[in-house]
Write a protein that binds this ligand. Sequence first.
Ligand code: C2E
Ligand code: MG
Ligand code: MG
Length: 744
Amino acid sequence: MHPLLRQQLAEATGADGVPDIDRLAALISATYADADEARRRADGAIAQMNQQLAELEATCNTLRATLDNVDQGILMVDADDRVKVCNRRACQLLDLPLDIADGSPPASAVEARIATGEFGVDSAFVETGRRKPPAALEPLSERRRPDGTILEVRAITLPDGGGVRTFTDITERREREAQIARAEADYRSLFEHAVIGVYRSSLDGRKMMRANPALARMSGYETEAELLAAVGDIAGEWYVDPNRRAEFRALLNANGRIDDFISEVYRHRTRERIWVSESAWLVRAEDGEPLYYEGMVIDATQRIRAEQRIAHMAHHDALTDLSTRNAFLDSLRSALRDRQAGRFVAVHCIDLDRFKDVNDTLGHPAGDQLLRAAARRLRAGLREAAEIARLGGDEFAVIQRNVADRSEAETLASRLARILSARYNIDGAAVHIGASIGVILADSGATAEDLMKNADIALYRAKAAGGSTYRVFDPSMAEAAQRRRALEIDLRGAVAKNQLSVYLQPIVDIADGRVVAFEALLRWRHPERGMMSPAEFIAIAEETGLIGSIGEWVLAEACAQAAASAGDFMVSVNLSPAQFRTRRVVRAVKAALAASGLDAARLALEITESVLLMDDEQTKATLAELRGLGVRFALDDFGAGYSSLSYLQKFRFDTIKIDRCFVASIDADQVNASLVRAVVSLGRDLGIAVVAEGIETEEQRDKLSSLGCRYAQGYLFGKPRPAREWLDQVGAAADAPTLMRRRA
Ligand code: C2E
Ligand code: MG
Ligand code: MG
């Protein structure tokens, strides 16, 4: 019997042992009612459970789908070391079949699959934390697959003893990182090895935050650390002129960057001054907030020094360190601008007299020394502020400011002439030169160029006056200069237009008045100016080089005339010093002799001592060659220049011609008379014929005769006249040409 029924039967049975049937029935039906209730309840619970199960399964499915779709591989092992989860991504990454986790296989089985597969990872690959002491567990590691992809493996130990591993393909990330690292290494290398300085500095511009080795070296330090430690305040310690730093920062702040900013700075450690070129820029955060400055520094010392040298060279003459013409013109312009009302600016153009002779005689190095010495004297003789220039060659110029009147300028000019004319000592040799000065005073309206041009005209006048003097410009000089230019143009066409002719002037034996020779004297029949003396145009011919062709023409003409005449007289032709600078004169003499057929011994060449003064190899060779041709030489204008008797020793002359200036005053001047007597006796001793030039009066003739002079030339005996006129007259009468020749 069911215990419940037994209990209900006992309850329904009375003391008489007889069960009360109604009561029993009541008990039993109550029990059935309870059972129904219980079943109903159970059914409800089951239905609920079923629903929950269905929900759970749906959740599981969702989770699985989620797990299968995440980009991370997930592998989970439970506390019993069974693989519970291995999602699709894990299968892919670990090369496992998709159903590997079905049936929760033991982890060792999965490990074995992995180990046998192509994916040769270590066996501990799927190990969970449970099987390893927690400390030894690598929470984060990396594995490289045979195909090169890299997996990041994270291990998490679960509280119940199981474990989860996640696998992430980080190949791309690593690649990117490697790229960044390479780029950084690249930039670092640039930074470290750059030869230009690179730095980063704080926003206040005082502190240096980074510096590369080049900047450290540029600052006199070995390393960046030394430099950063040493620099306290960039502005205060770096810049020679602290304002330069302020300028730099102002520009930088205004423009956000700055390029090739040149400043003079100190080499930080040594305090040596160097020049740098800086480029810098402001670096901002993403939100635009200024962060710091970065910049580059180039040692520009050599560049700047070279630029300074070039600038100095452009403005200073290398030989004397005086200003150049251009710099001088600039100063002159500013002097004119700054001129006070009622005051003048004076320009003094200076040309050394006989400088060329020194150069030719003592050589160029001596000439350079002389120029330097002259420059020193000018500097010493003038106020500190005076602008002094070397315009070129032996030409100098001085600006005199704030001049009250003409006499003040003249005072300076004569002082400069005196200073420059004092004796020089060049390599132990005493050298005398003079200085010619052209002065111009400017008040208003004159340009610098005009002033220079006019000062030059005045200088030309000073030269023409014999040098060692000054001339102050006046407008009539400009007219003369203009005339001279016009003359130069005319002279160029003179030979071709047949305007030149050779006149002859007789040289006679004083004793009997016989013509022994003729001097050929050039004449120019100018279409407007009429007959012109060479005194008026030979200088122009010399300066323009026309003297070469004119000289040739004179030689040919004179030789032709002499050869064509019946007499046997000599013909004397003047040669310019300028003609000795080339060999051309030798060819010209040869050609003239050959063309005319004149005996070389009948041709005398008149030269002045300035030819001998040149004393260069070219001149010596030319003289020797001419002498070799058999022509004679006359020393012209003796007494007019320096008249050093040493020239007579240096070169063998056949004739000495005493200059007209001696003769002119011979009656009155006892000294001149003595000199003439001395020259005459010298000539007699040396076997050189002596001719007195410019005899105009019978007194002069007699005086010279009494002094022993044998030959004479001058208006008294005949003026220069066209050859035809003379030759007709003298004709066969001239029979004493040998008198002019050097006696053996
Ligand atoms: P020079 O060689 O000393 O010639 C003498 C000059 O004195 C000539 O001047 C002549 O006319 C002048 N004269 C002669 N007798 C008297 C006189 O009694 N009184 C005065 N007051 N003067 C007299 P000119 O012809 O004007 O020549 C001047 C200079 O030009 C010459 O001086 C000579 O150095 C140069 N010259 C002349 N012809 C030529 C030439 O063909 N070539 C070169 N290079 N120079 C020449
Ligand atoms: Mg002469
Ligand atoms: Mg003469």
